[in-house]
Design a binder for this molecule. Structure first.
Ligand SMILES: NC(=O)c1ccc[n+]([C@@H]2O[C@H](COP(=O)([O-])OP(=O)(O)OC[C@H]3O[C@@H](n4cnc5c(N)ncnc54)[C@H](O)[C@@H]3O)[C@@H](O)[C@H]2O)c1
Length: 252
């Protein structure tokens, strides 16, 4: 029997990078996966890649309360409940606090932190009705160590870690586990976007790679493996945890 057989899962930011890989992995382990992304075309492509498994694509902006509510309601109405919620959608910008424009601060906090809050807010009641569930939030090593020129991003990811622990304590007695993953630098389109803001993007990319003690970027498949573990019943005693998958960055 597949580890995630019978599980009904939502992945936000499922169209690209880490979210795409998590969606493929959950489906390959037997889950039904709802692919939620602003970019519907990208989510549809991932649904095509999953092929055989049952999927559902739902265009969602995680910053909009009514859209997150509708996403969860659709999964419950089509599949009869919700077992796994992966709050993965997130954005980052590269700047220190004085150099961060107020609009950029708000954008990063809205997508990453408010989006995660809304995911938890609407997933918990659905999971309660389903007899329990697992929520996996995408934090970052930016929550654990100070990263240069990432003020808003560090704040958002630190908020996700604190919200993960608070929600884990609030909902464990209802059978809902809440955990987060703290990836190091993962090779996704996000890395190219964030380094594009530097005078020498190639050099900035090399610096990001060198930050990893194991000397390479983390691969999205490695984050997906952790997400699948946290989604599964094998992690039943893992509650309010922050699972680092960072090549050793935070071991320094
Ligand atoms: N790549 C890394 O090095 C790294 C490291 C640590 C944590 N993370 C986190 O992992 C998550 C995924 O990152 P990634 O590298 O795969 O990024 P990515 O940019 O490659 O993919 C992000 C996806 O989220 C979607 N998205 C953006 N805003 C959205 C919104 N408002 N509503 C719904 N979907 C939205 C995008 O359309 C895209 O498909 C993010 O939370 C990111 O902060 C990434």
């Amino acid at each position: 029997m597949e580890r995630l057989e019978g599980k009904r899962a939502i992945v936000t930011g499922a169209g690209n990078g880490i979210g795409r890989e998590i969606s493929l992995r959950l489906a390959s382990e037997g889950a039904r996966v709802a692919l939620a992304d602003l970019d519907e075309e990208a989510a549809n492509k991932v649904a095509g890649e999953i092929g055989g498994g049952e999927t559902l694509v739902h265009k969602t902006d995680v910053t909009k309360p009514e859209e997150v509510e509708a996403l969860v309601a659709r999964v419950v109405s089509e599949w009869g409940g919700l077992d796994v919620m992966v709050n993965n959608a997130g954005v980052g910008i590269a700047a220190s606090a004085p150099d961060t424009k107020l609009d950029d601060w708000q954008f990063v906090i809205d997508v990453s932190l408010k989006g995660t809050f809304l995911g938890i807010k609407h997933a918990v009641p659905a999971m309660r009705e389903s007899g329990g569930g697992s929520i996996v939030n995408m934090s970052s090593i930016a929550a654990l160590v100070g990263l240069k020129d990432r003020a808003a991003y560090c704040a958002a990811k630190g908020g996700i870690l604190a919200l993960t622990r608070a929600s884990a304590i609030d909902h464990i007695e209802e059978g809902v586990r809440v955990n987060c993953i703290a990836p190091g630098t993962v090779e996704t389109p996000w890395v190219d976007r964030i380094t594009a803001g530097y005078d020498d993007p190639a050099e900035a990319k090399e610096i990001m790679k060198a930050r990893q003690p194991h000397g390479r970027f983390v691969q999205p498949e490695e984050i997906a493996a952790m997400a699948a573990y946290l989604a599964s019943d094998e992690s039943s005693s893992v509650v309010g945890a922050c699972m680092t998958v960072d090549g050793g960055v935070t071991a320094r």
